[in-house]
Structures are given as structure tokens and as C-alpha cells.
Design a binder for this molecule. Sequence first.
Ligand code: ZN
Length: 263
Amino acid sequence: MFKGIYRGKQVHADDTDLLLQRAIKAGVQKLIITGTNLAESKEAIEQIEQSEHKDMLYCTVGCHPTRCDEFDAFEQGPQGYFDALLAIAKQHAKVVAIGECGLDYDRLQFCAKETQLHYFQKQFDLAEITGLPMFLHNRNTGGDFYDMIKTNRHKFKHGVVHSFTGSIDEMRALIDLGLYIGVNGCSLKTEENLQVVKEIPEDRLMIETDAPWCDIRPTHASHQYLSKIPAEEQACYSPPSKKKEKFEPGCMVKSRCEPCTIG
Ligand SMILES: [Zn+2]
């Protein structure tokens, strides 16, 4: 989407550089590109190496629960896929976390539960071997995610459960396991979400954009609070936007979240 490609179709020009400039103006000093499978983890490294803003860019390496079929489908088999992820994570100083990995039972149409569980388990090994922290995804998994973390907690030092949308009890249980809670626009949709987020201890709270996803929308409970942000900050955190079909270089694209919105 930062390259202007939506569902495989080029809709507008690549504006990665312009959006990084907006991020810098908003006070962003470093950012992490999420690897969601082997190909995208590789692409993240390439993107960093080619960027004019190389110094501020970092990435994760891992496989998202909805992409875990790729382990079995890989030409050199699941172990080959694992080894390839490991090689990237070991070789590049820009890799700062293992992930995004975890469980997602809202989207089982992309990958079956058993497959998700099996390859989430494998990715704890990536964290253990590399010593990197974990960037974790959990969606509607009952106690399965918690149980997996608990069983494997000795394998990694730090971890953040990103895009958190769970209950206060779920949040507290994860904090008791020493994890951080990551919050973005998707964590702030309902009044109930807001109540949970208020209870996160500050020293366990991380904020993220999850760009290009999870922007704050007018229908969200959090939206009313945006008007309280002073105008000069609004200008940095929420610059003018255009629909993607009416793209203008220098403007944000409607519904495409980007790093400057972190403010
Ligand atoms: Zn996620």
C-alpha cells in the first residue's frame, strides 16, 4: 500500500519516502517494518537497504498465523522455511524482533488451527536461538495463546502482544507473564476497549500504528478524543488526506494508516 499497490493493482505512485518525511516531522525517530512471512521478511530487509532513510528503519522476521500454511507448502519443506527465517534473523543487524507470529482464530479460513499452533510453537525456537524479543499476535483464541506463551515463556526474554483487543483479565494475565501490551487504532474501537486500555500499567504499555492497518476511524469510540489535540500537533499527526484514487503526492491516503499518526 505504501508502494501504491492495493490487492495487486497499482493505484498510485510509491510514496514511501514522502510518508517517512511526514513521520520524521511528527517526531518519529525509528520504526519497525513487520515481516509477516518469509517473502515479506526478505522484502523488508531489501526495502531498508534501498531506503534513503536507512538509519531509522528496522524490521521483524517471522510468519503471521494466517500465513503458516507456507511452512508446509515451501519447496524445501517446513524445516527449510524455518532455516530461511532463521538465516535472515541471524544475518541482519536490522532485525530487532521475531514475528509477527501467534494465533488468529478469527481468520481460520486462511490457515487451520492445528497448523497455526504447530508453527507458532516453532517460532519460539527462532526467538530462543537468536535471543530476540517477540512481536506477538493474538485474536479470539480462548486460552490457547496464553497457554502457548506460558509453556514457552523461558525461551524468550521480552515480548509484546500487539493490537490488543482482549479483556482486562486477559491483559493482566499476559502482564503477569512479563509481556508488554501493544495498542493501536484497533485496540480503541469500543468504549469497552477504552476501559481496558486505561488499565494497562504505563510501564507495560507500548503504542504502535500497525500501518497501513488499524487507523482510528470516525466510527471508533476513540475518535472523539482526536479533536482535543492542539492544531499544530494535528497538522503533524493527521495531515490532509485524499482517497487513493485521487492520490496527491504529499497527502496521506484515506484509510491507509501511516507512521506519523503515532502521535
Ligand atoms: Zn497482528
